[in-house]
Design a protein around this ligand. Sequence first.
Ligand code: 1CP
Length: 344
Amino acid sequence: MTTPSSSNLVRAARRQPVDHTPVWFMRQAGRSLPEYRKVREGTAMLEACRTPDLVTEITLQPVRRHGVDAAIFFSDIVVPLAAVGVDLDIVPGTGPVVAQPVRSRADLDRLPPLTPDLVPDITESVRQIVGELGEIPLIGFAGAPFTLASYLVEGGPSRNHEHTKALMHGDPQLWSDLCERLAAISGAFLRVQVEAGASAVQLFDSWVGALPLADYERFVAPHSRATFAHLDGLDAPKIHFGVGTGELLPAMGAVGADVVGVDYRVSLTDALARLDGSYAVQGNLDPALLFAPWEALEAEVRRIVEEGRAAPGHIFNLGHGVLPTTDPEVLTRVVDLVHEISAR
Ligand code: 1CP
């Protein structure tokens, strides 16, 4: 009998043999789905993330529709920050906006630890989802310290991360103390999800590709490692992903990941050479190619599945999230194609 922990997704993550290449999509739940837009009507994003029946429905929608090999928990990387009391909002069309940016030592007082009693709804949502999913695994997730810090320090989405980099280099001790708190918060958020039944986790360091390797090693890696260490003793493989991280792939694997996410700027073949066979990989179709004619898209999917055969484990995904205007029928067709051409 298949269980979530013996599913193709978990097996690929553990570099074990699979029946077919497992596939899921970052941001598979969300605005590309009419059924998502319908149930979200009239509910703000952060409120939706804290309402178990809504979280359950939205998490399951892409599984029902596309037949993907995993669900990803419907939430946001800033949910645990809001849960510890940070005054922030997710503004439609913009993203997370923080009322008072974190830039001084006194600001750290606004980042107390995340204890499970602050997020009973997360436990309830995960349990409910896992009950509905049966043999399909649920991926829990959190934001990595650098990416969370970038929202807190900048006050919102940022192109250049100038305040973040200025703080990192200008006051390394404050930076380190900030990231230590964020690692504890994110680590606790991951742990709550796994203890409630998530079968794997993904740590998103979406914007860390903005850093050179030396800065990554010095200012980021210890804190991402500390985040993953919160899962010690639990049996859930760890996926680590960021955008534009071609130069950082081995360093990102080394913080404790089982699977390294690869964006579309680096081929899986090149990524595998850089990773030296030590990790499974996830990726890496350019989300913009979902808008190309089917023949062109099909050729790319085939190429990626083919390149993934050389990996010790391959989870098919996009190189970043589904764009909101994507035709969801194309996503379903990609799932079917990946399953068909990778069947063993
Ligand atoms: O009202 C809405 O529908 C808001 C759009 C939206 C959605 C659907 C946001 C705001 N977040 C989410 C859900 C979400 N966020 C998921 C859902 C699960 C799934 O994949 O199906 C996940 C995994 C996230 C994680 C997240 N939030 C990341 C990491 C992933 C990535 O895309 O790199 C990041 C960077 C965020 C911040 C965020 N939240 C929302 C937006 C628009 C953004 C990005 C803003 C920016 O450009 O900085």
